[in-house]
Design a protein around this ligand. Structure first.
Ligand code: GDP
Ligand code: IMO
Ligand code: MG
Length: 432
């Protein structure tokens, strides 16, 4: 039986999931997204073409790949069609025909970004630093069982009734709690009428497609969005996103059974980044942090915000290995550290009571006073950019990678030395 592989972020997002998903899609027939929405920004570099996908699965650049959007994804159809138009302009003429959206996906409506922005403003200094795309409020409505779903558009009487109730509730909040502008029923209906038929043509049963594809022996890639420490349950709450970004989310959000997963590939940078607020023990707030940001081009793919940068955190990584049942690691952006004299790895957290532990705290507030304990290794001071074989790497770079592997407790399957598909060292093929 061929392998079904999950590709997911093990840190705070932007690890390079897009590159790896695109790379592995040469072997996969199907790529499925299971959670998140257009808060994600996954960069695909194919020759001189660079494409950033947000809702569309990263398999789209491969002509034969079918791309599925599972039930756990919150879908903003306006954003989806914008993205499809961008893909068409980039030469992917049949993008729309190759995408299927599950009928039970939650619909993200203009009221959601409105609430997101108003609620961030109200939080003031304690703002989460969301992408402002309305992801949290859309999941709130889903869980509160007042949300509208893609499939509701097949029954317009029912849809209109649900939408009215939803807007009544949300506008009450916008007006009376946030003192912000309301979103009119007419404006939402106009937008919905504009995309309804086009969206309904893309609707299908993702769970059924996955089950049949598996029975036919086809290879499926499950593409995670965000990263493990942005997980609603296991991340640095409340500075998290509103979905399960860990491996379980790929199963519940796609409708594939848990036993259909054969391999979980965790993506990690050889350092760390985080965009938005929240705890970040290994953050470098100095010139070195700025240097890594510039060399790594660490600016958000969705919002353009500068990403915070820091050393590799092996405490977080080890935790991530447990939370996700990682089978293998893809270590990314080795080239970014090429010119450093030395590199550091966080091997423990020193808590305010003086104890050093290898477990992260339960929530953001408990990170107060937690200090990273570092191990230092010599740098390699040589270019690794574009290297495609392990043996050609400088010795100190190999030692660094081996140490990351040892501390994580997960073998390195892929090592990335540049943004392009071929700038990669493959040590183990997850689909083999
Ligand atoms: P994702 O959200 O996990 O898909 O990651 P993003 O696309 O948001 O950010 C990763 C960035 O790193 C993108 O700009 C990639 O093109 C780039 N990238 C990926 N792998 C490498 C690498 O090995 N070296 C360098 N220099 N850039 C890389
Ligand atoms: P990809 O898939 C990095 C962060 C936001 C914010 C928090 C909550 O490209 O890795 P949200 O808009 O989801 O309510 O914001 O989560 N965030 C991401 N950070 N990469 C992402 O996606 C992210 N998606 C959300 O910056 O801190
Ligand atoms: Mg990203």
């Amino acid at each position: 039986m061929p392998k079904n592989v999950i590709v997911l972020g093990t840190q705070w997002g932007d690890e390079g999931k897009g590159k790896v998903a695109d790379l592995l899609t040469s072997e996969a027939n199907i790529v499925v997204r299971s959670q998140g929405g257009n808060n994600a920004g996954h960069t695909l570099v194919v020759g001189d073409r660079k494409v950033v996908v947000r809702l569309v699965p990263s398999g789209i650049m491969h002509p034969k790949c079918r791309c599925l959007i599972g039930s756990g994804v919150v879908v903003n159809p306006v954003a989806l069609f914008e993205e499809i138009e961008e893909l068409k302009a980039a030469g992917v003429a049949d993008a729309e025909e190759r995408i299927t959206v599950n009928g039970s996906c939650s619909l993200l409506l203009p009221v959601h970004p409105a609430i997101d922005k108003a609620s961030e403003k109200a939080r003031g200094k304690g703002a989460i630093g969301t992408t402002g795309r309305g992801i949290g409020p859309c999941y709130e409505d889903k869980v509160a069982r007042r949300g509208v779903r893609v499939g509701d558009l097949m029954h317009m009487d029912f849809f209109v009734e649900k939408l009215k109730r939803l807007l009544d509730y949300r506008n009450f909040m916008l007006k009376n709690y946030f003192h912000a502008e309301e979103v009119s029923f007419q404006s939402v209906m106009e937008q919905v009428e504009g995309y309804r038929d086009r969206l309904l043509r893309m609707v299908g049963d993702v769970s059924d497609i996955l089950a049949k594809a598996r029975a036919d022996g086809r290879k499926i890639l499950f593409e995670g969005a965000q990263g493990t420490f942005l997980d609603i349950d296991f991340g640095t709450y409340p500075y998290v996103t509103s979905s399960n970004t860990t491996a379980g989310g790929c199963v519940t959000g796609s409708g594939a059974g848990p036993l259909s997963i054969d391999y979980v590939l965790g993506i990690a940078k050889v350092y760390t980044t985080r965009v938005g607020g929240g705890p970040y023990p290994t953050e470098l707030k100095d010139e070195l942090g700025e240097h890594i940001r510039q060399r790594g081009k660490e600016f958000g793919a969705v919002t353009g915000r500068p990403r915070r940068t820091g050393w590799f955190d092996a405490v977080a990584m080890h935790r991530s290995a447990v939370l996700n049942s990682l089978s293998g690691l893809a270590l990314m952006k080795l080239d970014v550290l090429d010119d450093l004299d030395e590199v550091k790895i966080c091997t423990g957290y020193r808590y305010p009571d003086g104890q050093v532990r290898d477990l992260p705290p339960f929530s953001a507030y408990d990170y107060e006073g937690v200090e990273p304990v570092y191990e230092t290794m010599p740098g390699w001071k040589q270019s690794t950019f574009g290297i495609t074989s392990w043996d050609k790497l400088p010795e100190n770079a190999r030692k660094y990678v081996k140490r990351l592997e040892e501390l994580s407790g997960v073998k390195v399957a892929i090592l990335s030395t540049g943004p392009e598909r071929n700038q990669t060292i493959t040590l183990e093929d997850p689909f083999a």
